[in-house]
Design a protein around this ligand. Sequence first.
Ligand SMILES: [Zn+2]
Length: 170
Amino acid sequence: MNVAADPLSRLTIRKIAWEVREIIGCVQQEFFPIVRFIEWVLCNPNNEYGMEFEIAEPWEMQNTYGTTNTGKNKMIIRSDVYDRAVQGSARDRFTLCHELGHFILHQPGSISYARGNVPAYRNPEWQANTFAAELMAPVELVKNMSIEEMMEKCEISYQAAEIQYNIIHK
Ligand SMILES: [Zn+2]
């Protein structure tokens, strides 16, 4: 059995990612401060999210970089991934944005089991990756940039910048 999420188009995900930036007034600066967002906004017990955030050791997580359980309101990130994200590693910051995508898009009830192949727009991993890319490199801010400029200003990997560039310029 595969897992399927409620259908979400790239345009819908783009809109949601932009709304997340609007919440913290980050609509002019290309760099999205994902570590600070998780620690100061999501995990702040004084607001409506109040998410629990846990850092786990690599031996506990093995090949998993992070998990997000929206039912339990909890995100767990592998310690080496978290440390590198704090230091600014593009790939690990993407992982945190991906987990934030699960947290925002996949509330309990939006995910179910499905028979056969699941189309991309219903695949929770595609949705979370799309969210991460749109959050880190919003079309609104990067539409006139080269791949290199996107990497530098948004602090995203070459791979992520290239994919986003090709989507915007197709
Ligand atoms: Zn995922």
